[in-house]
Design a protein around this ligand. Structure first.
Ligand code: MGP
Ligand code: SAH
Length: 216
């Protein structure tokens, strides 16, 4: 038990040291849970994602403790924030209130894959579970086998009917060929831009921006 606790606190300790990179207003009462600690998008990256969304509604399909949803709302987007876990939505709502944007977000409890066919928006944002902090143990992250709860193809297919822009936040070791395969899996193909996200000179993650192309 002692070993388990030591390992747990070693993992979370790494994220605690980065708390102000995750939320600059951390000391004003930000609340997290274990998954929130290792999954939340660092604030500077989330701000950048928000700047790259289309006008109109943004759907944050995997809201977590609100790192992205808060920045979408701060950028005056109207936000629908979905999460399967009601405790995450409580934390996200609490954290959004600290940033003064809770009233710009609709919090929806549910499974994104069940809700997808009833949603329409300008931009869909996807930051699904990557399988925990161990995602880096693989030299290449395989979206076909490692992404949760469904693979990259199912995720993209569920999102592409909702909006003309789909943004996916993914591990820094993701297989870039698989990202391209998703863009080419539609007719006509969607455009794809792949961006490396650095904070203080350290590569944190990769963002894939997919945009629907006119068929004519
Ligand atoms: P990391 O690689 O676990 O941490 O996650 P870091 O600080 O780069 O560790 P180091 O040991 O390499 O220095 C980097 C970032 O990826 C986190 O801050 C999160 O934004 C994001 N992230 C990590 N995980 C495990 C997930 C996840 O499961 N889902 C999502 N959506 N984001 C994650
Ligand atoms: N971008 C978020 C972190 C997302 S972590 C932030 O910055 O805080 C991934 C989240 O996906 C978790 O909160 C988990 O509860 C949620 N999740 C997992 N499966 C889901 C599903 N099928 N539908 C909706 N949310 C789901």
């Amino acid at each position: 038990m002692k070993g388990v606790l030591e390992e747990y606190s070693a993992i979370l300790g790494k994220y605690w040291c980065q708390r102000y990179l995750l939320f600059s207003r951390f000391d004003e009462g930000i609340k997290m849970d274990e998954e929130g600690w290792f999954s939340v998008t660092p604030e500077l990256i989330a701000k950048h994602h928000a700047a790259r969304c289309n006008e109109g509604i943004v759907i944050d399909c995997f809201t977590g403790v609100g790192g992205n949803a808060i920045q979408f709302a701060s950028r005056s987007h109207y936000v629908i924030a979905v999460d399967l876990d009601p405790k995450k939505l409580d934390l996200a709502q609490h954290n959004a209130a600290i940033y003064g944007v809770a009233d710009k977000i609709d919090f929806v409890k549910g499974d994104f894959f069940d809700l997808a066919h009833n949603l329409k928006a300008g931009t869909v944002f996807l930051s699904p579970p990557w399988g925990g902090p161990d995602y880096l143990k693989a030299s290449t992250y395989d979206m076909k086998t490692m992404l949760r709860p469904r693979d990259g193809d199912a995720l993209f297919k569920a999102a592409m009917n909702i909006a003309s822009t789909v943004i996916m936040f993914l591990p820094r070791n993701v297989d870039i060929n698989q990202l391209a395969e998703l863009a080419l899996s539609t007719s006509p193909p969607w455009s794809l831009e792949v961006e490396k996200n650095y904070v203080n000179g350290k590569l944190k993650a990769i963002t894939a921006y997919y945009v629907r192309q006119n068929s004519s």
